[in-house]
Design a protein around this ligand. Structure first.
Ligand SMILES: Nc1nc2c(c(=O)[nH]1)N[C@@H](CN(C=O)c1ccc(C(=O)N[C@@H](CCC(=O)O)C(=O)O)cc1)CN2
Length: 289
């Protein structure tokens, strides 16, 4: 049996928040007050928890919070009006529209209306295009958090074989783009529900990232002993929160980012980092690499 090392996102995020608090204090000493806005539509239970966590984090590092809440039956026009209002608000350095939106709303139309300079999630088409072209800009929070978690725990990335399960817009797709930049240069296999013989890909991987949103999809026999595994997707059931990675994978993996306390806190920390960097850019500075 392998002794698994936990990739502790809560502790790592705490370190990052302490570093960011110093940068926020420096900005404030020069009269620049970073502000994060959130737009939450409806009463999705996970989203309410995540947005509350984001504002708690802001308070901890000295970032101002602006919260917009709209009912589940808000119209496309209501949501777009909230976006335009934050685009115009000088107290808002950057903001996010919490996803998923209720099914009757057009997510892509909403995301396209965000001012790319205020896009704290890096999900505006302009910023995703900048990522493809290797230009500086805000990076999607979960993929950025995954790479930062691996780096801070000395998991090799360059030349490593990654298997990313799930091709969603917030995690899988941008993660594939980020891991193949010249600064990372990993070899990435993207898997999805139509992948034939998925275990052939997971068993060949040094690092498996499970971001499919399918409870306990990844089983112990899918993993090469000693490989690194990150459980990203979450399914909420009446029995509680279930991750994409079966708990017994911990008996095989060398390093494991658990479903709770792994990548989630890193996602939140990277949102703060995107806001601090946006404030620095808006002040005409180049954020540290
Ligand atoms: N606009 C966005 N929407 C969504 C994103 C995103 O990056 N931008 N990602 C996810 C949700 N998410 C951030 O919003 C997120 C997910 C999980 C956590 C977290 O801290 N999880 C806890 C567990 C809490 C629980 O689910 O009970 C943990 O890992 O300890 C934070 C943020 C979808 N939407």
């Amino acid at each position: 049996m392998t002794t698994t090392v936990s990739l502790d996102g809560t502790a790592t995020a705490a370190d990052i928040k302490a570093e960011l608090a110093l940068r926020v204090a420096d900005l404030k000493s020069r009269g620049i007050v970073p502000g994060l806005g959130t737009i939450l539509v409806g009463d999705h239970p996970g989203s309410q928890v995540y947005v509350a966590g984001k504002h708690k984090d802001c308070a901890a590092v000295g970032i101002t919070s602006l919260q917009v809440e709209l009912p589940a039956d808000a119209t496309q026009a209501d949501v777009e009006a909230a976006v335009l209002s934050l685009n115009a608000d000088p107290d808002c350095t950057g903001y996010i529209v919490q996803l998923p939106l209720p099914g009757h709303l057009d997510m892509h139309a909403v995301l396209e209306l965000i001012d790319p300079a205020k896009d704290a999630d890096g999900l505006h088409p302009t910023n995703l295009g900048r990522l493809v072209l290797g230009k500086a800009g805000p990076l999607p929070c979960t993929p950025r958090g995954i790479i930062e978690l691996l780096r801070r725990h000395h998991v090799p990335i360059t030349g490593a074989n990654f298997c990313v399960i799930g091709c969603g817009v917030t995690v899988g797709r941008p993660l594939g783009l980020m891991l193949t930049r010249s600064s990372e240069h990993a070899t990435v296999t993207m898997c999805h529900e139509a992948t034939a013989d998925i275990t052939a890909h997971t068993r060949a991987a040094d690092v498996v990232v499970a971001a499919a949103g399918a409870a306990h999809l990844v089983r112990p026999d899918w993993i090469r002993p000693g490989a690194t595994v990150l459980s990203v997707g979450i399914t909420r059931t009446i029995e509680g929160v279930l991750g994409d990675v079966h708990p017994r994978v911990g008996e095989v993996a060398g390093k494991l980012a658990p479903t709770v306390g792994g990548v989630g806190p890193m996602t939140r920390a990277m949102l703060l980092k995107n806001i601090v960097e946006a404030a620095e850019r808006q002040a005409g500075e180049t954020p540290p690499a």
